[in-house]
Write a protein that binds this ligand. Structure first.
Ligand code: 5GP
Length: 120
C-alpha cells in the first residue's frame, strides 16, 4: 500500500497535461478522466485540479465543502454523459485500509455492469 503523503502525485501531472489521460470532463475546478486500470466498462476518476491539502477524504476541512460537493455533482454529470441510466457506483478509497494508492482525493465512478454489495 502507498504511504500517505501530501507530496505531488501522478494526478498533478495529469492536471498539468504533462502525462496523457483520456479526459471526459473538465472545468475550472475539476478534472475527470478514465482510470488506467478500469474495474468496470466505465471507470472514471474525478479530482479537484488543486489539491489544497485534500490528500484524501479523511483530511477534509470546512473549506473543502464546496469542492467536495462539486466532485459528487461532476460524478452525476459524467454518469449521464456515459449513459449510465441503469445506475452506477461512487467510491472514495481512504488510507491504507481503504486501499487508497494515490494521495490526491478522487472519486471513482464505476458503471456499465452489475456491481456487488457488500464490496470485498
Ligand atoms: P485509489 O486506489 O487511490 O483509490 O485509486 C487510484 C486509481 O488511479 C487507481 O484505480 C489507478 O488505476 C488509477 N491510476 C493510477 N495511476 C494512473 C495514471 O497514471 N493514469 C490514470 N488514468 N489512472 C491512474
Amino acid at each position: 500500500a502507498a504511504v500517505p503523503s501530501d507530496s505531488p502525485t501522478i494526478f498533478d501531472k495529469i492536471v498539468k497535461k504533462e502525462i496523457p489521460a483520456t479526459v471526459v470532463y473538465e472545468d475550472e475546478q475539476v478534472l475527470a478522466f478514465r482510470d488506467i486500470s478500469p474495474q468496470a466498462p466505465t471507470h472514471i476518476l474525478i479530482i479537484p485540479k488543486v489539491k489544497d491539502g485534500l490528500t484524501g477524504l479523511s483530511k477534509a476541512e470546512e473549506r473543502h465543502c464546496e469542492i467536495l460537493g462539486r466532485l459528487l455533482y461532476t460524478a452525476k454529470l459524467v454518469a449521464k454523459q456515459e449513459g449510465l441510466e441503469d445506475g452506477f457506483r461512487i467510491v472514495i478509497n481512504d488510507g491504507p485500509n481503504g486501499c487508497q494508492s494515490v494521495y490526491h482525493i478522487h472519486v471513482h465512478l464505476l458503471g456499465g455492469r452489475q456491481m456487488d454489495w457488500p464490496p470485498g
